[in-house]
Design a binder for this molecule. Structure first.
Ligand code: PAF
Length: 292
């Protein structure tokens, strides 16, 4: 796997691949790779002839300088983790490659970027949309792979790719979890021992809520008891816990169409998010059933 740090070198390589008629997949990351990222790399390697993994800690998507400063930077170990896979390039641009002097463009997606993390982290999705657009163009990718753990981000990226007529197909891949159900995230490394032991309750609360909703409990009651469950189990700060339509992310108070539960909490000074598909359909007997 070749490490490339400049747009010019990357472009020269993608042009040779294009001349040979090869397809290109990209996995955008901010590094600190875990099994979730590696599952995206695996998906990319089986879908396209050439695979580029990008590593850029994008300052434009952090709202707090402290969060940006604390973000793990682990290029060397990331490179090692990628060795068993057949990715061709680890693309590691620096700030000057990505945002040269005079850079003045922002990609801003409305609708799906509002609410949820968009409300809690102002400007975050503008930063994501801007860098992802640049990465899709720089890598000339036919397909780009994103995890469903960041489900709102996935919808923002789908929207911008459609709206800007980008040729890249956006592929969403399932959330990878620890054995106890906690969604994999680079942020998990920052949890203390006690907080790490508490964290699986996030997924548990989503599962209980989905089950309650599909069993006919009104959405507002199901969400209220999930909040209590989180509080009772040591999660005191909840940014949001909501049911939203899928894929438009409109807020829902009944699960009468494809939907997802979304949660963001603070634990030990670390913000953790998760989501779960809730598809309640009315079965012949009139009861709601969980189909996914
Ligand atoms: O999900 C991430 O790691 C980032 O938001 C992304 C998509 C790499 C853009 O910086």
């Amino acid at each position: 796997m070749k490490i490339i740090r400049t747009k010019a070198e990357l472009r020269a390589l993608t042009e040779t691949w294009r001349r040979a008629g090869e397809t290109i997949g990209v996995v955008p990351t901010m590094g600190a790779l875990h099994a979730g990222h590696l599952s995206l790399v695996e998906a990319a390697c089986s879908a396209t002839d050439r695979v580029i993994v990008t590593l850029f800690v994008n300052p434009k998507q952090f709202n707090s300088p402290e969060d940006l400063a604390n973000y793990p930077r682990t290029e060397e170990s990331d490179g090692k983790k990628l060795k068993p896979y057949s990715a061709d390039v680890l693309y590691v641009p620096d700030g000057a490659q990505m945002y040269p002097d005079g850079f003045a463009t922002t990609i801003s997606v409305t609708g799906v970027s509002q609410g949820l993390c968009g409300a809690a982290r102002p400007g975050h999705f503008d930063g994501v949309a801007t860098v992802v657009t640049k990465l899709l163009l720089q890598t000339d990718a036919d397909q780009a792979f994103f995890g469903e753990k960041d489900y709102q981000q996935l919808q923002v990226v789908r929207r911008l790719a459609t709206d800007l007529d980008l040729k890249t197909r956006i592929v969403g891949c399932p959330t990878i979890r620890e054995d106890d159900g906690l969604a994999m995230s680079s942020r998990n490394l920052r949890l203390g021992k006690h907080a790490r032991a508490t964290a699986p309750v996030i997924r548990e609360a989503l599962l209980r809520t989905a089950e309650a909703i599909c069993g006919g409990t009104p959405v507002s009651n199901a969400l209220a008891s999930a909040r209590s469950h989180l509080h009772e189990n040591g999660i005191l700060e909840i940014d949001y816990l909501e049911l939203r339509g899928d894929p438009d992310l409109e807020i829902l108070d009944t699960a009468d169409r494809p939907a997802r539960l979304f949660v963001a909490v603070w634990l030990d000074g670390v913000r953790l998010i998760d989501n779960l598909r809730v598809q309640a359909t009315t079965a012949q007997d009139g009861l709601l059933e969980l189909v996914g």
